[in-house]
Design a protein around this ligand. Sequence first.
Ligand code: FES
Length: 160
Amino acid sequence: MSNHNEDHEKYEKLAEVMQAHKEQKGALMPVLQEAQGIFGCVPMDVQKIIAEGMGVTLSEVYGVATFYSQFSLEPKGEFVCGVCMGTACYVKGAQKVLDKLCEELTINVGQTTEDRRFTIQGTRCLGACGLAPVMMINDDVYGRLTPDEIPTIIAKYKVS
Ligand code: FES
């Protein structure tokens, strides 16, 4: 649960992070990473604070935040789904699995469903290549997937 005090603490933490990286070249990336760790995402208001704090333009911050798929610009859904796009999974048909997942949730990679239940996130090798293609939903791992298994898997989370 977030309340004002907690938010205040988060912003203070962000100020500390920026202070620590201030003189460093190429600091935007680590600052954004830490900001995402603190807030769970890097929405516009956080990007504005970073721009001011680091003495760069908002479009510079926005450029970095949108270029790398690891950053999410809005709060994530309750269930974060990632289909591995590493080589082993890719050659075993991960793209088709991902397409099916997008179709099932009617969102694209990097988006969150309107009810804030599901987010699809770009994912690199999960270290379970033997199970390729692999999908994770929060901490649950699904391996050797075929696209037609997706609706059943998603249905489990819809009811929970
Ligand atoms: S490439 Fe997908 S788990 Fe390694």
